[in-house]
Design a protein around this ligand. Structure first.
Ligand code: FES
Ligand code: FES
Length: 155
């Protein structure tokens, strides 16, 4: 049995220790907000927070999260930075197919938590691991800038 904190509640799961966290979230705990993309740590669709920092849950064994704190999309809906981002996401019609967007928002929320005044280059750097096959990068960048109330003042 492996126990950890998930969205502020203690949970325990009975799975093999090398089971990827993404599988546990989606199949055991039925939290479908975290998406499966590449399964190899390359696309960012499965991004969640481990102790507040973004990680790729598809390549993270469940044994590594024992007694740690995990947050998924379902757990950040009341987060102030998430809500600022969500507002801009809607205003700018950021999503196209939408598949990558939970991961994009998890990374963006962690970025604003660690840096509430990011420049364009800092946003590009933080978001570089989140792939969008629909090419929404420009709108994502603008939404993050506006969520941080930076607008066009950045270089
Ligand atoms: S599904 Fe995890 S990085 Fe692509
Ligand atoms: S919105 Fe379609 S993959 Fe990003």
């Amino acid at each position: 049995m492996i126990s950890f904190i998930l969205n502020n509640k203690k949970v325990s799961v009975d799975v093999e220790s090398d089971t990827p966290l993404l599988w546990v979230l989606r199949d055991e705990l039925k939290l479908k907000g975290t998406k499966f993309g590449c399964g190899k740590g390359l696309c960012g669709a499965c991004t969640i927070h481990l102790n507040g920092s973004p990680i790729r849950s598809c390549v993270f064994p469940i044994s590594a999260v024992e007694n740690q704190s995990i947050t998924t999309l379902e757990g950040i809906l009341d987060d102030e930075n998430y809500q600022k981002l969500q507002k801009q996401w809607i205003k700018k019609n950021v999503p196209q197919c939408g598949y990558c967007q939970p991961g994009q928002l998890m990374t963006a929320t962690a970025l604003l938590k660690s840096n509430n005044n990011p420049s364009k280059s800092e946003i590009q750097s933080a978001m570089a691991g989140n792939i969008c096959r629909c090419g929404t990068y420009q709108r994502i960048q603008e939404a993050i800038l506006d969520a941080a109330k930076k607008g066009e003042k950045n270089e």
